[in-house]
Write a protein that binds this ligand. Structure first.
Ligand code: ATP
Ligand code: ZN
Length: 295
């Protein structure tokens, strides 16, 4: 819903909290940059201002971001969904951002006989995510002893602190190096944009401007611009494979019987369609990244 339109004044600013350093910092800064927002690198500072957008940036530990946003100290924040669910604050997820992808999983020693979650009954599980883990166990009707630790969870079984762990995994190499085996995913997570539910009218307007840009950047990342030469006798079939934004652009080539076709292709269907285009006689296929995409 659009709030009542307000004339923005020079003092109206959107305050955003992002991770100070760590896995989400670089991608959060990059996203703002791709949205055309210039922020001087403030890695050693607590806050900074954008030079070309009414925005103030707070650099915080990711665990603190939900609280700052719940209190309205920051209007919005970028934080992993895993932290959003664990902290369980009164904040709203506005948009998933497509980076910081990971999963929260249960892992046990490589040689343990784990068949299903019943294995966990009465066991000791080390984790930094007691809230999410407890919800999962309650759902499954399992009673286990949750041992909360703040870091290096993966060494807990090896030193006899726990039978199993529940921790974030992306490639699984950390688990492997510690002799552990991932047996159960309990949450899939990615970075998300969260907001203060009582956000001011001016800040909501600024948030909508930012969201419009974020969505254009995300769409561009999921699509490629494709140019190819098509034999006219297969033009209809080739066009049918390439819906484009409205429909593909078709231009005659100087060589008789050939056309140049331009279109936009979604990343997910990309390789399949390229193969079919080749089979229909398409040549000189060029694939170009798109910077922003506004439909
Ligand atoms: P801080 O100092 O801000 O508290 P941290 O050590 O808690 O940082 P990071 O390790 O930087 O956090 O991870 C930040 C977020 O990155 C995680 O909460 C999660 O959403 C995401 N992430 C993506 N992949 C992984 C992974 N393999 N391990 C841990 N976090 C990951
Ligand atoms: Zn943290």
């Amino acid at each position: 819903m659009n709030p009542v339109n307000k004339i923005l004044t020079s003092t109206d600013k959107l305050k955003i909290a992002i991770q100070k350093s760590g896995r989400l910092n670089e991608d959060s800064m990059k996203l703002l940059k791709e949205c055309g927002i210039d922020i001087s690198s403030g890695v050693n500072r607590l806050k900074t201002e954008a030079s070309n957008f009414p925005m103030e940036v707070f650099f915080l530990r990711d665990d603190d971001i939900p609280q700052y946003v719940e209190d309205g100290v920051a209007d919005i924040g970028i934080v992993g969904e895993n932290v959003v669910f664990e902290k369980n604050k009164k904040i709203t997820v506005v948009e998933k951002l497509g980076f910081g992808k990971c999963r929260l999983s249960i892992a046990v020693g490589r040689n343990e006989q784990y068949e299903d979650v019943q294995y966990l009954q009465g066991k000791k599980i080390a984790t930094s995510y007691p809230v999410i883990l407890q919800n999962f166990l309650t759902d499954q009707g399992i009673e286990a002893d949750i041992h909360e630790i703040s870091g290096s969870v993966e060494i807990a079984p090896g030193i006899g602190l726990a039978h199993a762990i529940c921790d974030l995994v992306s490639s699984g190499s950390t688990l492997f190096m510690n002799g552990l085996r991932e047996v159960q995913t309990i949450l899939k997570s990615e970075a998300a944009l969260v907001k203060y539910p009582n956000i001011g009218v001016a800040q909501q307007q600024l948030l909508e401007k930012l969201l419009f840009r974020i969505q254009a950047v995300k769409k561009a990342k999921n699509n490629k611009y494709v140019l190819l030469n098509a034999p006219n006798h297969n033009l209809d079939k080739i066009i049918a494979l390439l819906p484009g934004m409205k429909s593909p652009t078709v231009l005659p080539l100087a060589t008789e019987g050939w056309s140049s076709v331009h279109s936009v292709l979604n990343e997910t269907a990309f390789w399949d369609i390229i193969e079919q285009l080749k089979a229909l006689g398409a040549q000189g296929i060029l694939v170009v990244p798109i910077e922003k995409m506004i439909i």
